[in-house]
Ligand binder design. Structure first.
Ligand code: PMP
Ligand code: GLU
Length: 397
């Protein structure tokens, strides 16, 4: 057989989805494993959203739509952005596609030429670096560890810019760290980006999941110059418990970017399910109470998880105030033998904890940081209690 694509063959599988697949396989095999791998709300999609999709099917909304989505769903996106941030986008600047993931891919595809560098604050969500590589770009991690609350500074970004830097990906609140940038921090970073004429790809998919009264600042509210450089990425997966509907959106400060994204999608994915678009429009424009109800539950779970982790010898975490992830520091476990395995890395720990402790967590090596594993608290309190009980038992050796 002839050689497969060198670029695509070098792509690593998504670590989050790989853990989730292994967890689901073990479960299907009758093994009583508890999963904290993929960040996916355990709640069901609210009924009024499901009903909108059912109605669309009944009304015969079962045909192709424009590649960037129906006018109705793009108006719904514009409505939600205006409501939440007071910024107006016209429908020609908005793209609706198959989850925030597809919107991110289309955004990178629209701005990158081979060899272009993209600054990626680390720890980062696993798909950014792989998407950039798939498109011939070069991801350039800019690291901030636990001692800096996992947040990069404007000075670090400035120092990382080269003649080849084309864009930055800013994920706020962050997956995997759960950290939120203050308006001042974000504004200082955005100013550097504008000065160097970088595209700012702002992944704000967790913006409605902020805790302790933390104030969220969207990049699009930082002034006209910043807005012009920004491609806002968002979606309904996390806030409306709609992961399986595959609905995400992009809103571009520069309409020319939206045009390139839409054209590329018209040849690759095409439009997403017409009835899914109707559901997304309902999610964005219909009653919003369930978003807040779910947020409150996430906050309680986070409090429990953080407190328990910090009460267990050998592990620790700092308290995140957004998204639904906790980064557990396992540095003190390196060199110990647990479940019959010598732990030399977070990957060893995650594998032994899954196979012997029957708990699935994600090793953060894939997120660009050593000696941490990520737990999600997008699962029931009962599961969280059980998972942490198992951690205590597992650490006893
Ligand atoms: N961005 C981040 C930071 C995420 O955690 C996820 C989770 N899958 C996505 C984008 C993609 O979300 P989706 O494709 O489900 O909209
Ligand atoms: N974004 C979630 C996570 O990081 C879901 C899985 C994925 O799409 O990667 O776990």
């Amino acid at each position: 057989m002839k050689e497969l694509s060198r670029v695509y063959s070098a792509v690593a599988p998504s670590a989050t989805l790989a853990v989730d697949a292994k967890f689901k396989q073990m479960k299907a095999d009758g093994i009583p494993v508890v999963g904290f791998g993929a960040g996916e709300p355990d709640f069901d999609t609210p009924d009024h959203i499901k009903e909108a999709a059912i109605l669309a099917i009944r009304n015969g909304e079962t045909k192709y739509t424009p590649a960037a989505g129906t006018v109705a769903v793009r108006k719904a996106v514009a409505y939600r952005i205006k409501e939440d941030f007071g910024v107006e986008f016209d429908t020609g600047s908005i793209i609706v596609s198959s989850g925030a993931k597809a919107c991110l891919f289309a955004a990178f595809a629209a701005v990158l030429n081979p060899g272009d560098e993209v600054l990626v604050p680390a720890p980062y969500w696993v798909s950014y670096t792989e998407q950039i590589k798939m498109l011939g770009g070069v991801p350039v991690p800019v690291f901030a560890g636990e001692d800096r609350s996992f947040k990069v500074s404007a000075a670090q970004i400035e120092a990382a810019v080269t003649g080849k830097t084309k864009a930055i990906i800013l994920n706020n609140p962050s997956n995997p760290t759960g950290m939120i940038y203050s308006r001042e921090e974000l504004s200082a970073i955005a100013d550097v980006c504008v000065r160097h004429d970088l595209y700012i790809i702002a992944d704000e998919i967790y913006y409605r999941l902020c805790y302790d009264g933390a104030e969220f600042t969207s990049v699009i509210t930082l002034g006209e110059d910043v807005l012009k450089h920004t491609i806002l990425i968002n979606g309904v997966s996390k806030s409306y418990a709609m992961t399986g509907w595959r609905c995400g959106y992009a809103a571009c400060g520069d309409k020319a970017v939206a045009k390139v994204m839409s054209n590329s999608i018209s040849h690759s994915l095409g439009s997403i399910g017409t009835m899914n678009q109707a559901a997304m429009a309902e999610a964005l424009c219909g009653p919003q109470e369930s978003v807040e109800e779910m947020r409150k539950v996430f906050e309680q779970r986070r409090d429990y998880m953080v407190e328990r982790i910090n009460s267990i010898d050998g592990v620790s975490c700092i308290k995140p105030n957004g998204a639904f992830y906790v980064m557990m520091n396992i540095e003190k476990l390196i060199g110990r033998t647990l479940g019959g395995t010598e732990i030399r890395s977070a990957g060893d720990f995650a594998m032994a904890f899954l196979e012997k402790g029957l708990v699935a967590v994600v090793a953060c090596d894939a997120f660009g940081i050593d000696n941490f594993v990520r737990w999600t608290y997008a699962t029931s309190l009962d599961n969280i209690k059980e998972g942490l009980d198992r951690l205590e038992n597992f650490l006893r050796g």
